[in-house]
Design a protein around this ligand. Sequence first.
Ligand code: MOS
Length: 751
Amino acid sequence: MAQHKEQLPQQQPITKSSVIGVATPRIDGPLKTTGKAMYSSDHHFAELLYAWPVTATISSGTIQEMDTAVAEKMPGVIAIYSHETLGPLYRTPPAAGFSMIVDERRPPLEDKVVRYYGQYVAVAVAQTVEQARAAAEAVKVRYNQASLSIEDKLLGTALTTPSATEVTKRGNTANALKSSQVVHDAVYKIPTETHNPIELHASVAVYKDGKYTLYETSQAVVNHRDVMAAMLGVPPENVQVITRFLGSGFGGKLWPWPHALLAAACSRNLGRPVKLVVSRSMMFQSVGHRPAIDQRIQLAADTTGKMTAIQQDYVNHTSMLDDYDEGCGEATGFIYSCPNVLVTGGLARRNVGTPTSMRGPGAVPGLYALESAMDELAVKLKMDPVELRLKNEPEKDESTGLPFSSRHLKECLTTGAEKFGWARRNPAIGSMKNAEGMTIGWGVAACTWIAARTDSQATVDLLADGSARVVCGTQDIGGGTYTAIAQIVSHETGVPLHKVDVVLGDSALPPGPISGGSWATASVTPAVLEAAQKSTEAALAVAVKTPESPFHGKDAKTLEYAEGFVRVKDQPSTQVPVADIVRMAKLKSISGAGKSQGTLGDPNLKFSFHSYGAQFAEITWQPEIARLRVSRVVTVIDAGRMLNPKAARNQIEGAVVMGVGMAMLEATEYDPKSGAPINASLADYLVAVSADCPEIDVTFLDYPDYNLNPLGARGVGEIGLAGVAAAITNAVYHATGVRVRNLPVRIEDLL
Ligand code: MOS
């Protein structure tokens, strides 16, 4: 993504604030808890119709015959569309940066070919959702079945690329692995994991006079608009995408999926609004998943524990048509000091829906393998695993040669060790007991995640009633973007938090970042700050030009804006509320616009930007009743300045719980005969729930990273999941002596 970027002026760091850095309840909380927040599927219109897809019951083959006669005559049925009748849909041009991204490039119902179980083959539209579903189930489809590829062995199978690609390379790992004193070599496996946000994917499409208004469950409304426009074959200005609230997404809602195209095409064909809500079981089929991944990790060190080689070879599955690369080497090049590093990656095609980003793509599975291997290396070296990591701390980013902007991994490890009580750890297997006499195991893992910003714009309006309005074409996935933006505007304009109206989730707004990569906060910060600053500067300009204003005719340079007032510099007695200036000037508002550019993909960066952390886990093991629990997690996070420590803690706690799920419960199981994801429900696909929650202790080191943005904020979310599964499996080994390298840990592994 090397591209020239003009340099925008540096913004001054903001080090002190009475709003930023303060634990703040979500400003949208009351709307959510009172049911007033409009989620995408809550949108209702007169004449609304409901769509229900017909899904393939084979995972490889072609449609031989489709009989819709019975379904068409059922009560309330308006239409049944197949590949012959849905009408035109197009593929997208190649993605560029964060534009035109779609995981499944083939539009739904493009042809007769079926490549995964659950692929949409038709869609029923009816007056009610029950009628649409009944009609969809009454459509009879006969298939010509072809052989399918669903087997779970990935490393060593035929890759989509002739050979695996070298992702990261320095030195010569082959030589170092041959000549080093201590070597570890093992394969780590992660099964397919499925995103299970509480809110189902949904689309409500309203087509009128050639224009589409689409209420979508989208983590990226601007990209969603561009993709939908391209696939519907209309100009982008004819499409508006709205996502006011999200019941999370975990990456599954980053890019558009085929159901959105079905809803839009049905609305276009019928001239009426159409709602399509993806069922929970369909969410295991056609809206992405974290792919199954095999990783071979080879590590080498000298007898003092100084690392001499890291080699990581990974293969993840992808679908038959699309090339989804999990990027497991994300952290491998810079996390430790090591002269010889090689990461290779490859894809293996399977008859599954297209995989996608799932919370912490790349680094989360990558660090599960690497941090498990580090623990195994420490055992071989008879070295404490915290010590091993401290010993291999790099001075700079050895993958790029750049200095770290702000890296405190050592402090994460030492602080975590102290909070956890690591000094009391007896490394002998099965040697430690808790107060009730149960066997406990202690494990540790380091973690890291991307710190970046992407391009963003925003505008801020100061209004006559003393409120402020800020708009940005980003959206809030649920992590607290509304609140963070309000805090920045409140800080800069002096308008109290409860009087800041934040408008997000609309592709018609000035474009903002995706809610992904944990970089929305870092990305919107400079743009929102600049917009707010510009609005206060504009207030001074208006004040001197307005005849009714007491500042009329003065030089704007002699005025200042402070805490919501315009005044003569250093003369509080002269102050006039900015709202009065708006009224005196008979304006609707005084406005400012801000624009910032991204760091992601910038070839001229002067720093290596990443967040870091340490995860310490305790498991409790009762072999008599085969009961394994994660009892305690201490996590220390170095992710820049926390704009809202309350929301940030919430993010990390949630991520740790997800880590418990990853380590102990989560796996999508495919039937090897039909290719169906067979545990496609919340009853059968186990996610960690409250009863699975360990005691969680979260610490933020809170070192602002002013190289990234003027508030020093990097963002949190995904980093809390990274390393957790390895810390848990390392603890399981410490308690039981069993090294589980195939997630999730199953009781039968330990018997
Ligand atoms: Mo995240 S997987 O970038 O939504």
